[in-house]
Design a protein around this ligand. Structure first.
Ligand code: 4AD
Ligand code: MG
Length: 477
């Protein structure tokens, strides 16, 4: 076979050989030069076509977006801008793209416009680069865990429990939404439902991962999770992918060490393996920065930011220390925080998190030992009786990227906690079993995959780092 990807043609340069390449026309100029891209790399291959020698009716069919197959010889290019090009001898048009109606033309389209064309946007440089980096990160994540003795565990998508206790769940039901069956007290009778109880799409695979860690030792999940939070922000999706490692016999310090090592590993992986895409994205970001006022511009390039995270220690500070810092700070001379921190116990808003990371420490921060009252029921209570062994990792430009904790492994303490919160122990009977039989110290965390991709690619909106974003009022595709 002489078939090559564009990436192979550009890197292996099989000069003077017959080659075939298939892809989509990016530009067509002077009725002669086709810039072809097949998704294998950010770069195009130039194909020189002499239509007089081929069927001239083909000429009409070539325009941006058309799918074509070109066979010819790879030669050194005479023109500027590329080292090699294909002298085409054969051209097959698989599918045309009417220039009057094909939306992705060779000009700068806004990201907002492209969001409305989510099915076609991967044919642009920006989105193909982002999606290749996303794919490489996924691979690196699996590689890290597989090399370090973790087993990949598939947590269920449909569950009966609310792992985070935040009540932000998408219900799963086969009941008639208009006239659901009711019980004697007039409430919806879920016994009649498919599973015979209330179920929802999972918000986190953590509870099930805990069960598996207590048998396999170290596990990780990597799957979609769902939250019906009405958060129209550039950091939230209703459907996002989460990586959740869970480790038996790990305490919070071990958990923090693992999280930091893991994040550095996957970012190092893309620095080594996605150079041309990252360089493209860096340039894109620089162009975007130029449109901002001087003082809002970032002083570090994308690659510098990535290298900085890989090469430096994350700062670790307790919630209590962070509160002291925040109480005595103002984000800048004129402005106060919108929600000034007045007392210990308050939940941090994103303005506080950003201040700590971007202004105060100027590096990724791991905050730990949060007040029990603002964290989930399963976190291990500290000796002080008021803080829990929780940790959040905060990243510059992103905010919270990881949430994790050491889990409450003591049956009596966990029981007290769920009683206090009014959670029905019956619902969690299997989770309580894990504390009755062979319980042990264990920990884990959840990394929001799209937030990692946001950081890695320098994109500004989470909707632009997942193929088909799900947000309130938006599930068009
Ligand atoms: O902090 P969260 O809610 O933690 C958990 O779900 C734990 N059960 C994880 C664990 O310990 N196994 O979510 C974890 C991470 C957040 O730090 C954030 O990066 C991401 O998931 N995340 C979201 N990403 C995109 N859109 C949303 N709506 C998100 N909600 C959380
Ligand atoms: Mg969190």
């Amino acid at each position: 076979m002489n078939e090559f990807s564009v990436k192979q043609l550009l890197t292996q340069q099989p000069l003077s050989q017959p080659v075939t390449v298939k892809g989509w026309v990016r530009t067509f100029r002077s009725n002669r030069f086709i810039a072809l891209n097949d998704g294998s790399t950010i770069d195009n291959i130039q194909c020189v076509v002499d239509f007089e020698k081929l069927d001239e009716s083909l000429l009409r069919k070539i325009s941006t977006g058309a799918a074509v197959e070109i066979s010819g010889t790879l030669v050194e290019s005479q023109g500027r801008g590329q080292s090699v090009e294909i002298q085409a001898e054969e051209l097959i048009v698989h599918g045309t793209a009417d220039p009057e109606t094909y939306p992705i033309q060779p000009k700068k389209h806004s990201l907002e416009f492209l969001r409305e064309k989510a099915h076609l946007r991967v044919r642009t440089n920006t989105f193909s680069a982002v999606m290749r980096v996303r794919s490489a990160l996924s691979f690196a994540i699996h590689e890290y865990f597989q090399k370090n003795g973790f087993y990949y565990m598939h947590a269920p998508i449909i569950t009966g429990s609310d792992a985070e206790g935040a009540g932000e769940m998408f219900r799963v039901t086969t009941l008639d939404p208009v006239n659901p069956p009711k019980n004697e007290s007039g409430e919806v009778d879920y016994k009649e439902d498919f599973f015979g109880k209330e179920t929802n799409l999972t918000v986190s695979g953590q509870l099930e991962a805990e069960a598996y860690a207590m048998g396999l030792g170290k596990v990780y999940t990597f799957g979609p999770t769902f939250r019906a939070e009405n958060s129209n922000t550039s950091r939230h999706l209703a459907e996002f992918w989460m990586i959740e490692p869970e480790m038996a016999f790990f305490d919070l310090d071990d958990n923090m060490d693992l999280a930091e090592d893991f994040i550095k590993y996957v970012l190092r992986y893309i620095l080594e393996n996605c150079q041309s895409d990252l360089q493209f994205l860096e340039k894109r970001l620089q162009d975007e920065e130029k449109t901002k006022p001087q003082k809002e511009r970032s002083d570090m390039s994308l690659l510098d930011k990535l290298r900085f995270v890989v090469d430096n220690n994350f700062v670790r500070v307790s919630y209590t220390e962070a509160i002291d810092i925040l109480k005595n700070s103002t984000p800048n001379k004129k402005k106060k925080f919108q929600y000034p921190i007045e007392e210990w116990g308050a939940d941090l808003q994103s303005e506080h998190e950003r201040y700590l990371v971007e202004k105060h420490f100027k590096c990724p921060v791991i905050l730990f030992d949060y007040p029990a009252k603002i964290k989930a029921f399963y976190m291990r209570l500290n000796e002080d009786g008021k803080t829990v062994r929780a940790m959040d990792i905060l990243f510059p430009g992103i905010g919270e990227i990881v949430g994790g904790s050491q889990r409450e492994e003591r049956l009596d303490v966990l029981r007290g906690k769920i009683e206090e919160l009014g959670i029905d122990e019956e619902e969690l009977w299997w989770y309580m079993d894990l504390r009755k039989f062979g319980t042990a110290v264990h920990s884990g965390f959840g990394l929001g995959f799209e937030r990692l991709v946001l950081f890695a690619t320098g994109m500004g909106n989470i909707r632009d780092v997942i193929p088909f974003p799900r947000t309130p009022q938006n599930a068009e595709f």
